[in-house]
Design a protein around this ligand. Structure first.
Ligand SMILES: Nc1ncnc2c1ncn2[C@@H]1O[C@H](COP(=O)(O)OP(=O)(O)O)[C@@H](O)[C@H]1O
Ligand SMILES: Cc1cn([C@H]2C[C@H](O)[C@@H](COP(=O)(O)OP(=O)(O)O)O2)c(=O)[nH]c1=O
Length: 251
């Protein structure tokens, strides 16, 4: 059955919290202070999962994140969805770069993405992991390695500068020829490609993504219908959940 075409995530809401999920869900101070013994038990028990969606623009990450979110939510799993760049103070500065990328130096650009991630990790990702949530994040540090790598930074050095951020449990790396991604942006999203979405830049970025080696990276062939790609995503997520003691769930 063809699912309804999902809405693109509301890019103005940050963190992205689909209805039914609010920030108190992830606020560790919202519960009464536990005794030391209870705290250590809770700490052992509460370990969430971080699933990130990576790849060049227009590969279908946001569409697939939304579909997976709905599946997990319908199973009553404690899922939240978020994205980078965020809509926080640094994310807003990053959005100004979209049409004026040459106005800042590459170091300033990298620093902005790192500052945005640091805030995101401290305020949302780490607390959510500590309280046992499944976090779906649209872009994370592999994007920095690939996009800022395309500006000339050594991708491994960029990853090193992200060592403050917890590794994802699963990074779904969406792969699609860059030209096809641009066509989806123009025809599907009815948007004009911005400074980051130029063909040559995306091709370079895609090559860097493809060369990154981490055990948690799983390639998703993003060519195919939305339903076909959704099934590919579900295969990886099912495997991850079946291996996680807290989420032994069949999707
Ligand atoms: N498998 C697909 N086939 C055709 N169009 C798609 C597919 N997946 C997503 N789209 C459309 O392509 C456009 C870009 O998708 P989107 O999810 O916003 O990509 P991304 O988040 O990777 O930039 C959207 O208009 C979306 O509806
Ligand atoms: C997270 C991240 C994104 N980017 C780029 C990739 C995209 O072209 C751009 C914006 O990401 P995108 O996912 O298109 O977000 P939005 O639609 O909310 O603007 O930022 C980086 O260059 N480095 C990073 O670390």
């Amino acid at each position: 059955m063809k699912p309804d075409k999902p809405e693109r995530l509301d890019k103005n809401a940050q963190p992205f919290m689909p209805s039914g999920c609010n920030k108190t869900d992830i606020n560790p101070t919202a519960t009464e202070t536990p005794s030391e013994e209870e705290f250590s038990d809770q700490h052992k028990a509460a370990k969430g999962l971080l699933i990130v969606f990576e790849g060049t623009d227009g590969t279908g990450k946001s569409t697939q994140l939304q579909l997976l979110y709905t599946v997990l939510r319908n199973k009553n799993l404690p899922v939240i969805a978020t994205r980078e760049p965020t809509n926080g103070q640094y994310g807003q500065l990053i959005r100004k770069l979209y049409t004026n990328r040459t106005e800042s130096s590459r170091e300033e650009e990298l620093e902005l993405f790192l500052a945005d991630r640091r805030e995101h990790v401290n305020e949302l990702i780490q607390p959510a992991l500590d309280s046992g949530k499944i976090i779906l994040c649209d872009r994370y540090f592999l994007s920095t390695a690939a996009y800022q790598g395309a500006l000339g930074f050594d991708p491994e050095e960029v990853l090193e500068r992200n060592s403050f951020a917890p590794d994802p449990d699963l990074a779904l790396l969406f792969q699609l020829p860059a030209q096809q991604g641009i066509e989806r942006i123009i025809s599907g999203r009815k948007e004009k490609p911005n400074d980051f979405e130029q063909l040559e830049n995306l091709q370079k970025t895609a090559r860097i993504f493809a060369n990154l080696r981490r055990p948690y990276i799983k390639i998703i062939d993003a060519d195919g219908s939305i339903e076909e790609v959704h099934r590919r995503v579900l295969n990886h997520v099912s495997l991850l959940l079946s291996r996680s003691p807290d989420f032994q769930e069949k999707l």
